[in-house]
Ligand binder design. Structure first.
Ligand code: THU
Length: 160
């Protein structure tokens, strides 16, 4: 038996203003998208903005449903929209922000496992990595340079 170790790397920015201009702009798009979320059940709004290499930004927000499991996270709404409307166009960055209605969410919220898997497929299908930025309603912003950093030992199409 041999024990293996997996490490991951991420960067922490003290606040939104500390981000490079391009990422700050993208996060502002995610914040605007977040405000349009349809989250009457959880009252937890999430916004995502996907930057494409051609300069287009595709946004998404969580869309809930009275039949709870039918709803979809902001990340998948955004990335599936990018895939549907701009097929084959490389994704460069994704910004994600979450806010709760009854308390100040001042730390980054990272994507659920299903969204990590969905995002990974797009990174896997292109020849460059996707940078991801996470933020709460305020506070620090976490950046990682690749979706794969969020999903060690991942399953992908290379196995099929
Ligand atoms: N949600 C997202 O939009 N993204 C995530 O990565 C985690 C959770 C949404 C789903 C649901 O509408 C609400 O947040 C509470 O779970």
């Amino acid at each position: 038996m041999k024990e293996q170790k997996i490490t991951t790397t991420y960067e922490v920015y003290p606040n939104l203003e500390a981000l490079p201009a391009e990422a700050r702009f993208l996060m502002q798009k995610a914040i605007a998208a977040r405000e349009q979320a349809y989250a009457p059940y959880s009252k937890f709004k999430v916004g995502a903005a996907v930057a494409l290499e051609n300069g287009v930004i595709v946004i998404g927000s969580n869309q809930e449903n009275a039949a709870y499991p039918t709803g979809l996270c902001a990340e998948r709404v955004a990335v599936f929209s990018a895939g549907a409307n701009h097929p084959g166009v490389t994704i460069t960055q994704i910004a994600i922000t979450a806010a709760a209605s009854d308390y100040e969410l001042s730390e980054p919220v990272t994507s659920c496992g299903a969204c990590r898997q969905a995002l990974l497929e797009y990174e896997h299908n292109q020849d460059s990595l996707i940078e991801i930025f996470f933020m709460g309603a305020s506070g620090t912003v976490v950046k990682t340079k690749s979706v794969a950093n969020l999903l060690p030992l991942n399953f992908n199409s290379s196995y099929l």
